[in-house]
Design a protein around this ligand. Structure first.
Ligand SMILES: *[C@@H]1O[C@H](CO)[C@@H](O)[C@H](O)[C@H]1NC(C)=O
Ligand SMILES: *[C@@H]1O[C@H](CO)[C@@H](O)[C@H](O)[C@H]1NC(C)=O
Ligand SMILES: *[C@@H]1O[C@H](CO)[C@@H](O)[C@H](O)[C@H]1NC(C)=O
Length: 458
């Protein structure tokens, strides 16, 4: 309880207050997840159901003989989970308990078939995690089948023995299921873990409302808070709540994850505020990376040739003042950058001389991909790079002439830089040890949908 309280307090401090909305995502877990969870859950359930049984008092004439009873094995060949609309999940398990009764002279072995039914409510916890709780649970018992040692037992003894075992199991099995669910809750709680985005930036997801549950899925409104140096980044505009349409994504996928435009805007705002989008294109003579020098520029701008009769390296300082803009259209994600570029010449005394500055409008195609539990991006230039001169210390500049040269020098380093950054990726909503597999990404008007399988790795 104590760590949860501390986390709650921490979240209360860190989250932007006063109804400010945070970038929305929706995580919809479909029926396919339940089949996966029931496959995964069979073995842990078998283990959890292997409870201890107190001694059975065997009546021998006048005497009561305490007799040890042990569960040798629990088999759960069938575990079925289904959604219950507006409530949670129903569990139905058919189990066979193999018992050994240590009677003298001959031990008795029997199999008791049990059907376990439990309803679990899925709700929103106080600290923004999903919380599962068992609201009703009961076991149905079939008649035991004697495997061995039946010769020395009477039907009356079998009846009493079964009564004993049933009374024990009736209490203990549901307790075991509850404990298993508590373990699951601890795991689900890792949803709100802080995940790194860059060196000084992080992301944290948390549930903002109770889940909405239908017969087909459970849908969680999970918002993100992005942090720079421990402080939440708040979008300048009031974000509107994000709703994921009913019929989106690949049918049959375990998870359908919707990412709002706001999430992209915030992630880019974070990168920009962190200064991560700025870069210096350094100049060296005879460099492939930056082939620019004052003698090349001097051919286009006579004043440069006059000021620098000897060829000198040229440095480009690229800065993003404005936040990049992502536009999401069906099957088409684009990114627009408006970098401000200062062109400096390195004088013979190693001092920098500002030659001129310009800003550019660059449109990029944004290709999204998912790796493990991260959303990554790659960009490529879309169309012409437009250049606008802002200031000049070298007189008139013919934009048309300079444009091609500048584009060539600064495009590749900018793309390399951007792609390295977007390649780091932003963590998607997930819990520890869970990753997205065979994801399909669909760009829609104003949002992105990921249809994906999930893989849990212990
Ligand atoms: C339980 O065991 C009995 C006897 O071996 C078998 O007939 C029955 O199919 C088993 N039930 C389940 C649910 O495995
Ligand atoms: C200046 O740049 C041009 C074009 O890249 C190149 O051919 C020339 O060798 C460079 N001069 C020096 C001194 O680096
Ligand atoms: C993507 O959208 C932009 C902006 O609407 C448009 O200019 C561009 O042609 C589109 N590209 C494709 C491949 O549809």
């Amino acid at each position: 309880m104590a760590p949860a309280c501390r986390l709650g307090l921490l979240l209360a401090v860190l989250l932007p207050m006063g109804g400010a909305t945070t970038p929305g995502t929706v995580v919809r877990l479909n029926k396919a997840v339940l089949s996966y969870v029931s496959d995964l859950g069979r073995v842990p359930l078998q283990r959890a159901l292997q409870v201890t049984v107190p001694h059975f008092l065997d009546r021998r004439g006048e005497e009561l003989q305490p007799t040890r009873v042990q569960i040798l094995n629990v088999q759960v060949p069938r575990l079925h989970l289904k959604f219950i609309a507006d409530f949670g999940v129903r569990l139905l398990a058919a189990a066979n308990f193999t018992f050994k009764v240590f009677r003298v002279p001959e031990p008795l072995e029997l199999v008791l078939p049990v059907v376990l039914l439990a309803d679990a409510r899925v709700a929103q916890g106080s600290i923004g995690t999903p919380v599962v709780s068992i609201s009703s649970c009961f076991s149905l018992f079939n008649n035991a089948i004697v495997l061995s040692g039946g010769h020395s037992t009477t039907p009356a003894l079998l009846v009493r023995l079964q009564q004993h075992v049933r009374a024990v199991l009736r209490n203990k099995l549901c307790l075991s299921v509850s404990n298993l669910v508590q373990g699951l809750n601890v795991h689900l709680g890792t949803l709100i873990g802080l995940k790194p985005v860059g060196p000084e930036s992080q992301i944290r997801y948390f549930m903002i409302t109770a889940p909405s549950i239908t017969d087909d899925y459970i849908s969680l409104d999970v918002n993100a808070v992005l942090f720079l140096l421990g402080k939440p980044i708040v979008l300048p505009v009031d974000a509107t709540p994000f709703l994921l349409p009913e019929q989106v994504g690949t049918s049959g996928a375990m998870a359908t994850v919707g990412l709002s435009q706001d999430l992209f805007d915030s992630a880019l705002l974070l990168l920009q505020k962190a200064g991560a989008l700025n870069l210096d294109i350094t100049g060296q003579l005879k460099s492939d990376y930056n082939p620019l020098n004052t003698s090349v520029l001097g051919q286009l701008i006579p004043e440069v040739a006059r000021q620098f009769p000897e060829p000198m390296p040229v440095v480009l300082k690229v800065q993003l003042g404005g936040t990049p803009v992502v536009t999401l259209h069906p099957n088409n994600a684009t990114l627009q950058l408006q970098p401000f570029v200062e062109v400096l010449a390195v004088a013979s005394n190693s001092a920098f001389h500002s030659l001129f500055s310009f800003h550019v409008v660059v449109n990029l195609r944004l290709q999204l991909s998912v790796s493990k539990a991260k959303l990554q991006g790659t960009t490529s230039v879309l169309g012409e790079v437009q250049l606008f001169v802002d200031s000049s210390n070298v007189g008139f500049i013919d934009v048309d002439q300079v444009q091609a040269l500048m584009g060539a020098v600064f495009e590749k380093p900018l793309l390399d830089h951007l792609n390295a950054l977007l390649g780091i990726g932003v963590a998607l909503p997930n819990v520890v040890n869970l990753r997205y597999v065979t994801p399909e990404i669909l760009v829609q008007e104003g949002y992105v949908v990921i249809s994906s399988g999930l893989l849990y790795q212990h």
